[in-house]
Design a protein around this ligand. Structure first.
Ligand SMILES: [Mn+2]
Length: 468
């Protein structure tokens, strides 16, 4: 069984003391599912101790020259990679819980005059991409207070952060969080087909969204329905379309074998060993939520949290995570619907107007006008209309006020299984054109100066020659 390293455990107990001894507290957390989950856990801890606090969900470019005005400032799912304590004074207390590459080492706290504690798994030789997320670290703090009931949010944050994307399951410190949530009766882990929309999408729709490799069923509902028919899998229960969660194990087995067969025919030989991982993975179900709602499945839940952050409605996401459901669920429904409409409209436009340009090793589109918060989501969805063998890169202006370019990349999981890490590549290439970037192997992004697009593309294309 995994265990928290003793040094980290001690840091969490120190963090607990910092919270207990402070009255006026500010939380900054990252504006994605992981960051929101982290913030919700921290805010719940503070609520339970009746500590006055403010929470602000921010993007990474908002952390320069941050005023430190509160007795204790908490940074979660961010802070390690930014100089957030630049304006701290002698009486400031700063606590950072982050899993991104740290700027400073563990001795840093000795060199500053304020009270400074940074907890980052990377300082302890623990992987921050697959073994623990920002929300996971917040949960380990909650665990010091014996708030095991918050563990399900730690599971959600890990899924939102794609910590399971290497092996299809939660591993490392994440497995401690998962065990707590299972012991609480809040989560069940189910080995299942790895199709998005287990609870809410009709199965034939879920199948048509298969996009890691272009199959006959990709973007083709007629083919997806035909496939189910061939396998003897009924499409409906009464008037309702069946979802993946309605299938029994025999049906799932048939579908699994057929998908593996279809994929193995389609992919180059060196990818074949990775095919089963594309088709099956562990899913995590929230047992306290109703069947056939997006709240029941961790992956669908995380999409809804992201829809909130992409539309600047972090308030709704926080309310839902903290258990204040009544009006928040209605609002979430409206935000999600508008979000889906916006995505569909833009995907349609890119496809209709033939906006994808192909280079030797990459493909890209100019998303001029697309909101920068969703250009990554759109890049991922448009992948199925391009060539799955190449990463898809989308560009758009950061905002009306800022003409710099936001760059987002998405690619088939097969490329990552083959060993390529686009997060590291985009970091280097963006830095070489005067920007910054990073992220996961299959989903990452960067900010670059507005006149560096061509140079970025040329460099990116040549950097990965021979890799894809
Ligand atoms: Mn994170």
């Amino acid at each position: 069984m995994e265990e928290l390293p003793l040094k980290m455990k001690k840091s969490f107990s120190k963090a607990k003391e910092m919270i207990e001894s402070s009255q006026d507290i500010k939380i900054y957390s990252h504006n994605d599912c992981d960051g929101i989950s982290a913030g919700a856990i921290l805010s719940t801890i503070l609520d339970r101790h009746e500590k006055d606090h403010e929470i602000e969900i921010v993007s990474l470019d908002k952390l320069d020259d941050l005023e430190i005005e509160h007795e204790l400032t908490l940074f979660s799912d961010l802070g390690s990679g930014q100089n957030v304590d630049k304006l701290a004074n002698n009486s400031s207390k700063i606590l950072i819980l982050d899993h991104h590459p740290p700027l400073h080492d563990l001795n840093y706290k000795e060199n500053v005059s304020h009270d400074h504690l940074e907890i980052n798994p990377i300082h302890h030789g623990i992987d921050g991409s697959y073994h623990v997320s920002g929300g996971g670290l917040s949960y380990f703090l909650a665990r010091e207070f014996e708030y095991y009931d918050l563990s399900w949010i730690g599971v959600l944050s890990a899924i939102g952060d794609m910590q399971n994307s290497r092996t299809g399951k939660l591993e490392g410190l994440n497995s401690i969080i998962l065990k707590d949530s299972i012991d609480q009766g809040h989560v069940q882990s189910i080995n299942d087909l790895s199709l998005y929309g287990r609870q809410t999408r009709p199965l034939f729709v879920a199948l048509s969204y298969f996009s890691d490799v272009n199959l006959p069923i990709t973007n083709n509902r007629t083919e997806s329905i035909a496939l189910m028919k061939d396998l003897g899998i009924p499409r409906k229960i009464g008037n309702r379309s069946r979802t993946l969660s309605d299938l029994d194990n025999v049906e799932k087995g048939k579908l699994f074998s057929e998908l593996v067969k279809m994929l193995s025919k389609e992919v180059p030989k060196r990818y074949i060993p990775h095919v089963p991982k594309l088709v099956a993975a562990d899913s995590y179900e929230f047992m306290m939520e109703d069947d056939h709602t997006f709240l029941r499945d961790a992956s669908e839940f995380s999409t809804a949290m992201n829809a909130c952050t992409r539309n600047n409605r972090e308030d709704i996401a926080l309310e839902i995570l903290k258990g204040d459901r009544i009006s928040a669920l209605d609002e979430l429904e409206i935000v999600s619907k508008e979000h889906r409409r916006y995505l569909a409209q833009n995907i349609h436009k890119i496809e209709e107007e033939d906006m994808i340009t192909s280079m030797d090793n990459i493909q890209y589109f100019d998303g001029n006008g697309i909101k920068s918060q969703v250009v990554g989501t759109i890049a991922g969805m448009i992948l199925s209309y391009g060539d799955w063998r190449k990463p898809m890169i989308g560009f758009t202006q950061v905002s009306d006020e800022d003409e710099a370019l936001k760059v987002s990349l998405r690619c088939s999981r097969l490329l990552a299984y083959d060993g390529i890490h686009f997060g590291n590549i985009i970091r280097k290439v963006s830095q070489s054109v005067g920007g910054s970037g990073g992220g996961h192997s299959v989903a990452c992004g960067a900010y670059i100066p507005y006149d560096k697009k061509e140079e970025f593309l040329t460099k990116f294309n040549s950097t990965i020659t021979g890799m894809v």
